[in-house]
Design a protein around this ligand. Structure first.
Ligand code: HEM
Length: 219
């Protein structure tokens, strides 16, 4: 992809990632946040956290399935936006729901499993956001950085569990998200298995025979 193409793609992604905040701001300004505004805002931000998280997890499966390389340009941006939405989602809970009642919040985190896993997901996102720069990749080294960033799978599972635990039984939405996560992780797992089998076969086949020199080649 050309430099211009990358810039245009990122500009579209920035606009798309900021749009939900714009819509929320508009709804707040026009008094359209439903009868329970705190719950509405929390849910809105939680929904977009999960969507962006799953979008960032979709980058590698898209490359595996369709050999698309262009989504890789967006992975960091999607991950950082997911983290920003998660932080806002948490801040609404911290400020509007509990108004810094630390003891009450501590009890919530311990007693309510959906808060425990939500909090786990948010805390695990911090080292990933902190090491998302090219400088951090150089400092950590590629292999260690990749290991650390596998935490994104755990975060995805925690995010979906959080929603499954808090939603009413009749609400099918968390099951849709869970299905998307299973498909995305399944594609990665299948690809990993395929590459393992291939490498085992290559090792079992031994070194390939050296091609015999062509006429006029070599000594
Ligand atoms: C990666 C982290 C997180 C994700 C992906 C996430 C996602 C979600 C989702 C999808 C919802 C439901 C939205 C709906 O019903 O439409 C939700 C609701 C909620 N989340 Fe999170 N969340 C995360 C972290 C947290 C954290 C850290 C807290 C607080 C400690 C939290 C507290 C809540 C609460 C209280 C609700 C229910 C709001 C209500 O029904 O009034 N979440 N979250």
């Amino acid at each position: 992809m050309t430099r211009r193409g990358r810039v245009a793609l990122k500009a579209v992604a920035w606009a798309a990632c900021l749009a939900p905040l714009g819509v929320l701001g508009y709804r707040a300004a026009t008094g359209d946040l439903t009868a329970n505004p705190i719950s509405f805002v929390t849910n809105w931000l939680g929904d977009w956290t999960l969507r962006l998280l799953l979008a960032s997890l979709a980058v590698t499966p898209l490359r595996i399935l369709f050999r698309w390389a262009w989504p890789i340009t967006l992975r960091r941006l999607l991950g950082l936006f997911a983290f920003s939405y998660a932080t806002l989602h948490f801040c609404v809970w911290l400020v509007l729901d509990h108004f810094f009642a630390w003891r009450q919040m501590g009890a919530d985190i311990v007693k309510r499993p959906y808060i425990t896993v939500g909090m786990t997901a948010l805390v695990l996102m911090i080292p990933l956001a902190a090491t998302s720069t090219a400088w951090a990749i150089r400092r950590l080294g590629g292999a260690r950085w990749q290991w650390l960033h596998r935490l994104v799978y755990v975060i995805g599972v925690c995010g979906v569990l959080h929603y499954l635990w808090l939603a009413k039984k009749a609400n099918p939405a968390p099951y849709y998200y869970a299905a998307v996560l299973v498909v995305l992780l399944g594609i990665r797992a299948a690809d990993w298995l395929r590459r393992r089998v291939l490498s085992v076969r290559v090792v079992a086949a031994g070194p390939s025979p050296r091609p015999s020199p062509q006429r006029g080649e070599g000594a």
